[in-house]
Design a protein around this ligand. Sequence first.
Ligand SMILES: *Cc1c(COP(=O)(O)O)cnc(C)c1O
Length: 423
Amino acid sequence: MALAINGGAAIRAHEWPAWPILSQRGEDGLIAVARSRRWASSGFATSERPLDRVFAERFGAYLGISHCLPTDHGSSALAMALEGLGIGVGDEVIVPGLTWVACASAVLRVNARPVLVDIDPDTLCIAPEGIERAITGRTAAILLVHLYSCMAQVDRIADIASRHGIYLVEDAAQAHGAKWSGRQAGTFGDVGVFSMQQGKTMTCGEGGALVTSHRGLHAVFEQLRNDGRRYAETSGATGRMDLVETAGVLGANRAPSEFQLAVLLDALERLEAETKLRAENANFLDDRLRQVSGYSPLRPDARNDRRAYYHFPMRFASDAFGGRKIAAVARAISAELGTWVHTPYTPLDRHPLLNAPRTKRYMAGSLGEVHVPEPLTNCVAASESVLLLHHPILLADKDSLVDVVRALEKVQAHAHELPDADV
Ligand SMILES: *Cc1c(COP(=O)(O)O)cnc(C)c1O
């Protein structure tokens, strides 16, 4: 049978689980916010506490960390993390070479210089050895990212940061609920950053959070988020504002609305069960994939005792699909499965945004160009050998997961029908 991209019948004809999800509790929460007429944490107080504070408390408790501040996006949380730590002109921040571009653009936005470091091919996360070699007298922070499904070596990297007296920012935008030696991702750094954008495993469409165990830093984050305002010590009387001006920190408005928090409170209730189901299905799929020739599973550290899957990465040997480009394979598998199957990020040293003329304006105020001390060999290899499945697939039943294996085997058998060049 011909490949679906060439007009043949697809392996799978029915739907995958829908994402995002809103339960009845979430719908009720949205209506309740609408009727309360408190639509923002900067709105007038009612007899109820703002959902901004309720969610912060519950998500902080879930993670086991003292302070949490919801934000409008993960990207703004990243920029606030750096601003709050006082990072700026003349500073370097170490960033993985393979990650979402916002990690590097947040560094440029504070006029600091991103220094790109290669990844460990077995986890796709930043490699501690490379970090150690990239540290200079100007390094102010390490920004680590738990990418796709594995956690970075948090304890080794935290140790490097403390030995060098530099900050650690932990980007857990793709790792809600992941654990390392029983401890939650996002709680290892001076600051942890989350995204609640639509594609993430906990979402309200657009949203984020900053977490920290430093009380003083949390106070700075509040002001950075609210145009220099903070919650008053005692909650405002009904009909007054809870926020007071401090005139201490030049902030911006990066607060989410109460509607978003109603949706997040629902998502948080479901997070644990969904994370467990995805991990169980990921293990099942990984097990079945071992029968596919050329499949080379990632090898997370044993201390990463719970994986959270933003994407399910499938790594292959270079000849697994007759030497065809992985992007062509991704398109063929997408057509077989009727869902989004894609390849990893473009390594950041090749990312067009970081080389765009307008971006150079930020660089002009910093130490200059994005710095790449060593070739990003493993980032390039990953971008040429890994296929990614988006997490809603891991909420499907076992028969559906077997469709993934069947699609891979079919495309392998027909690899010669794939375009030779990547077009
Ligand atoms: C999604 C994401 C972000 C940015 O979050 P937004 O909410 O989309 O701004 C940052 N870092 C990583 C690793 C992400 O995956």
